[in-house]
Design a protein around this ligand. Structure first.
Ligand SMILES: [Zn+2]
Length: 176
């Protein structure tokens, strides 16, 4: 299993994560499923997510309602969800799943986690540890990881995003 992010999905994820920083964002991934790949065409942030520093409480009824509506009116399906892990005080954020994340994980779904931290130096986007996606934008450092639940196991799976690779924010000047 791997997760493919389109240009739209990548940009949407960035905007969503940065917009609410230092709070958490939450939303769904829309696209289509193949046996080996979840293709994410775009992301839809949830307006109703009650955003807090350490966790996001989601109204799961609403979440299901949105998923069904998407299936009914479009050729897309909901292939999973995403949320961010913002830097908290001086504690740097990671993409590791929290206890709360593990509890709500649905079988067969993917969950994308974007960790966001302050950083001073621009860096090109690249794959790290062969799986995650990492880079900077406007003074923030982001690392994006994907997880997939198979049976009782939650596995980290590779993210594929050709659009992001090599991407360097416009006007980025190396810090002296
Ligand atoms: Zn989380």
């Amino acid at each position: 299993m791997e997760v493919y992010l389109s240009e739209n999905a990548f940009v949407g994820l960035l905007v969503s994560t940065i917009e609410v920083y230092r709070r958490e964002c939450f939303g769904i991934l829309l696209g289509h499923n193949t046996p080996e790949r979840k293709v994410v065409e775009f992301v839809v942030p949830y307006q109703t997510a009650k955003r807090k520093f350490r966790e996001v409480r989601i109204n799961w009824d609403r979440s299901q309602r949105v998923g069904e509506a998407v299936r009914d009116v479009s050729r897309w399906e909901c292939v999973g969800d995403y949320h961010s892990h913002p830097m908290y005080g001086t504690k740097r954020a990671t993409t590791r799943l929290s206890k709360e994340d593990l509890k709500h994980f649905k079988e067969g779904d993917v969950s994308v986690v974007a960790a966001i931290n302050d950083i001073s130096k621009p860096r090109r986007w690249s794959y790290v540890a062969h799986e995650s996606l990492s880079g900077t934008i406007n003074g923030y450092s982001l690392r994006i990881s994907a997880y997939y639940k198979m049976g009782n196991e939650i596995l980290r799976v590779p993210i594929v995003c050709p659009y992001a690779i090599g991407f360097l924010e416009k006007n980025a000047k190396p810090k002296s």
